[in-house]
Design a protein around this ligand. Structure first.
Ligand SMILES: C[S@@+](CC[C@H](N)C(=O)[O-])C[C@H]1O[C@@H](n2cnc3c(N)ncnc32)[C@H](O)[C@@H]1O
Length: 156
């Protein structure tokens, strides 16, 4: 691949930072059956305050963020939820070519630029790149859960 093809298409700037109860990765639930119920705050920078207009109307948000404390990547990984290796793009591993995380959280309330949410799986201080409303329109019967469904079935 040519160097210019790898050059960033834009320079990501945080719109805010996560306040999370998790100070290190070991504290975050992982593996099969892990539930993400922890509460945290998305602290959005004052410059973006106007952009939060209307956000209170949504129950859930998609938070796009940076794995700022991970390094490098492998194309095949064995995630905590399985004993078999899988392609990086079929996992949610923090070590990826572009270290971008995506978490769906429940919006509990808003105080100015502070969005109180449930369901954080990010470390404290994680930079936030974007927030979008969560609108799932995929019927349950159309969803396939890939290797994760197989790993869950093997565990039973
Ligand atoms: C499996 S990833 C999933 C994250 C997100 N839900 C996703 O799918 O992109 C969650 C793990 O990322 C790691 N993590 C969380 N915040 C991080 C950060 N700021 N930098 C590096 N790793 C982080 C923790 O080990 C956490 O358990």
């Amino acid at each position: 691949m040519k160097a210019e093809a790898r050059a960033p298409m834009f320079t990501p700037q945080p719109i805010g930072f996560v306040s999370s109860p998790f100070k290190n990765s070991a504290e975050i639930p992982k593996g099969l059956g892990a539930r993400h119920e922890a509460e945290g705050v998305l602290n959005i920078l004052p410059a973006y305050d106007l952009g939060l207009t209307g956000i209170e109307g949504y129950s859930h948000l998609m938070v796009i963020w940076v794995f700022d404390r991970s390094d490098g990547f492998d194309l095949l990984v064995t995630p905590p939820s399985d004993i078999r290796p899988h392609g990086i793009f079929s996992t949610r591993s923090p070590r990826r070519p572009n270290p971008i995380g995506l978490t769906v959280v429940e919006l509990l309330g808003r105080e100015g630029g502070a969005l109180r949410v449930r369901g954080v799986d990010m470390l404290d201080g994680t930079p936030i790149l974007d927030i979008k409303p969560y609108l799932s329109s995929i019927p349950q019967e159309k969803l396939r859960r890939g290797w994760l469904a197989e790993a869950e079935a093997r565990k039973k």
